[in-house]
Design a protein around this ligand. Structure first.
Ligand code: HXC
Length: 268
């Protein structure tokens, strides 16, 4: 679908996207690139990274991939520094890396719970912390221009409760807390805007294929009148709005992009 944004809305900006090799993360890379940004992708799997980088480059986008696991602080530090060395600045950090699986609370081991908390929540905090030096107003490569911005990919499942997702609910609720607290502290001290996006069910993502097999999907349509799938594009457009100057007065919010689904109730 054609973008409603001008093609230079993020021109000259450098974006680092964790989990940018596939799914929503990759679409954010693509749309940021199409709108003028240079892209660094962080991911664990070399093959996935390589193919994402080639796909971006074939669109004429400046892109580079760095292998790393957001659970590892050394990896986080190295990837942030490599991004800066490669492009000479860092303007946008998108935390899109996430881990997930369906399991009842009863059957989930403490280590399974911790694994998702480590990827989603601790990983998000670690990346933000390592990127701070480069994102803050007056930081390396920023001269006296304003600060950069952070986007954390969240969810809506923790607004109520979700079957077999206790680990993800906890992790995403904590991410929303991180978004608000960093918006307060770093918005005030460093002119960094920190926002989140809470996607609804998005077609063609690893999350959808893992979490909503067809039978769940069909049932959901019955009891949720507003149930319809979004596209990765919808999330990328929200990301462009929040990361560009269009969103310059938005700080500390998590934008729900779910077609109203989480509000949905049966009519009778
Ligand atoms: C129960 C499981 C499990 C499963 C792993 N564990 N998979 N428990 N059911 N299906 C437990 C293990 O038993 C182990 O605990 C612990 O978790 C760590 O498992 P590992 O396999 O060692 O972890 P690791 O190799 O690091 O893999 C991480 C992962 C993996 C999260 C388990 O699935 C992953 O990284 N997936 C790719 C990312 C992904 O799925 N992205 C889509 C995100 S969608 P024990 O006790 O045995 O040691 C998304 C949408 C959210 O985020 C919003 C939804 C609405």
């Amino acid at each position: 679908m054609e973008s409603p944004f001008k093609e230079d809305v993020v021109r000259g900006k450098v974006a680092l996207i964790t989990g940018g090799g596939s799914g929503i993360g990759l679409e954010i890379c693509t749309q940021f690139g199409r709108h003028g940004a240079s892209i660094a992708i962080m991911g664990r799997r070399k093959q996935v990274l390589d193919s994402a980088v080639s796909a971006l480059q074939s669109l004429g986008i400046k892109a580079v991939g760095f292998e790393g696991d957001v659970r590892n602080q050394e990896d986080a530090k190295r990837v942030v520094e490599s991004t800066f060395r490669h492009f000479g600045r860092l303007d946008i950090l998108v935390n899109a890396a996430a881990g997930n699986f369906l399991v009842s609370a009863e059957d989930l081991s403490p280590n399974g719970f911790k694994t998702v908390m480590d990827i989603d929540t601790v990983g998000t905090f670690t990346m933000c912390r390592e990127a701070l030096k480069y994102l803050k107003k007056g930081g390396p490569g920023r001269s006296s221009s304003g600060g950069g911005t952070i986007l954390n990919i969240s969810a809506t499942l923790h607004y109520t409760a979700a079957w077999y997702q206790i680990h993800v609910s906890a992790a995403k609720a904590a991410i929303d807390g991180i978004t608000r607290n960093l918006a307060l502290e770093w918005g005030t001290d460093y002119d960094i805007r920190v926002n989140g996006i809470a996607p609804g069910p998005i077609s063609g993502t690893p999350g959808m294929s893992k979490l909503a097999p067809e039978e769940i999907d069909n049932k959901a349509r019955e009891y949720m009148p507003l149930y319809k799938l979004g596209e990765k594009w919808d999330i990328a457009m929200a990301a462009l709005y929040l990361a560009s100057d269009a969103g310059k007065y938005v700080n500390g919010t998590t934008l729900i992009v779910d077609g109203g689904l989480w509000l949905s109730r049966p009519r009778h």
